[in-house]
Design a protein around this ligand. Structure first.
Ligand SMILES: [Zn+2]
Ligand SMILES: [Zn+2]
Length: 350
């Protein structure tokens, strides 16, 4: 049953997985009233992240059913709380992975709330009022304004949605390694999927020499012709790997949550695993860094950079009737390069 938190008075239609069979079905539930710090967002689009599949199928054993997935949300503001100054009715906005944090720790106070140890996610999290959070596979969402970002006017709402998770996950390592708009570095991107193709776009837009490192030789043509990558390495070729000075590992499959990696000067081994021997890292003053999505301010910075360079995700738009089909295809990696659900569009099931 839907939660019964007293201030959850708004009825909303959405799609949920009810058990570990992992099928999305129409689901009606309650959201909280729009509080003083909240905005209500009529959802237009929601990207499908591999994480959604993991939660739907309870792959990590932490799913609280029913789960309404979705943390790549774009939409229009329809209500604004009295404490909210930075947004107004009609604004084009986005919500990513974060729903709440403690607001008081060093991470929260320095705009790095994504590393707060009390972080709560946009779905399958516990909000401050004790309710379970429900994500963007739904018609509207109530979000605290401190976790909402503005979408630049020149970016389309559908192809921007995946930037809220996939985009920030690979942007963060670019930023951490001072690779944003500092051209001329050699950047390697491991994997050319939903995250990887965005890392390639960032790398090219920032003026770097971009190499895709992949296990699939068949992706070379696409990497070069569609995305203009400068080089392509099959990941078993250890000798060639050493030419990259910065490597972004973009694969999210099987990784819990949403990690991007920036590995500076780190590769001398015969494979692309992140684990390096102490000697490998010590000689040459190499470093390995990890990151987990990005903060709200960092996500805003990424969107502004995307607006400036006209970077969006390559997407396949799906109707709400076809969520399960998209999930099945995503499980087979059959997508170029990210599915986005047309939440506001017509469907037969609601
Ligand atoms: Zn995600
Ligand atoms: Zn905190």
């Amino acid at each position: 049953m839907a939660q019964t938190t007293p201030n959850h008075t708004q009825t909303v239609s959405g799609w949920a997985a009810l058990d570990s069979s992992g099928k999305a079905v129409p689901y009606t539930f309650k959201r909280r009233e729009n509080g003083v710090n909240d905005v209500t967002i009529e959802i237009m689009y929601c990207g499908i992240c591999h994480t959604d599949l993991h939660f739907a199928k309870n792959d990590w054993g932490i799913t609280m059913y029913p789960v309404v997935p979705g943390h790549e949300i774009t939409g229009i503001i329809t209500k604004v709380g009295s404490n909210v100054n930075k947004f107004k009715l009609g604004d084009r906005v986005g919500v990513g992975c974060l729903a709440a944090s403690c607001l008081e720790c060093d991470f929260c106070k320095s705009s790095r709330e994504n590393y707060c140890d009390q972080i709560q996610l946009t779905y399958n999290g516990i909000f401050w009022d004790g309710s379970i959070t429900y994500g963007g596979y739904s018609k509207f969402i109530v979000a605290d304004h401190r976790y909402v970002v503005r979408i630049p006017e020149n970016l389309p709402m559908d192809a921007t949605a995946p930037l809220l998770c996939a985009g920030i996950t690979v942007f963060s390592p670019f930023k951490d390694s001072n690779l944003v708009d500092t051209p001329g570095k050699k950047v390697g991107v491991v994997g050319l999927g939903g995250l990887g193709h965005l890392a390639v776009k960032f790398g090219k837009a920032f003026g770097h020499h971009v190499t895709v490192i992949s296990t699939s030789p068949s992706k070379e043509k696409e990497a070069r012709e569609r995305f203009g990558v400068d080089d392509f390495i099959v990941s078993t070729n250890a000798q060639k790997l050493q030419v990259c000075s910065h490597i972004i590992r973009s694969s999210e499959k099987n990784s819990r949550f949403y990690r991007g990696y920036s590995v500076s000067q780190a590769f001398s081994g015969a494979n692309t695993r992140i684990t390096q021997s102490k000697r490998d890292i010590g000689s040459g003053k190499r470093s390995v860094r990890g990151s987990m999505t990005g903060s709200t301010s960092e996500t805003q910075e990424m969107l502004d950079v995307c607006g400036k360079h006209n970077i969006t995700c390559d997407i396949e738009l799906v109707k709400t009737d076809n969520i399960n089909e998209a999930w099945d295809r995503l499980a087979r990696n059959d997508v170029r390069y990210r599915f986005v659900i047309d939440i506001a569009g017509n469907s037969s099931s609601l």
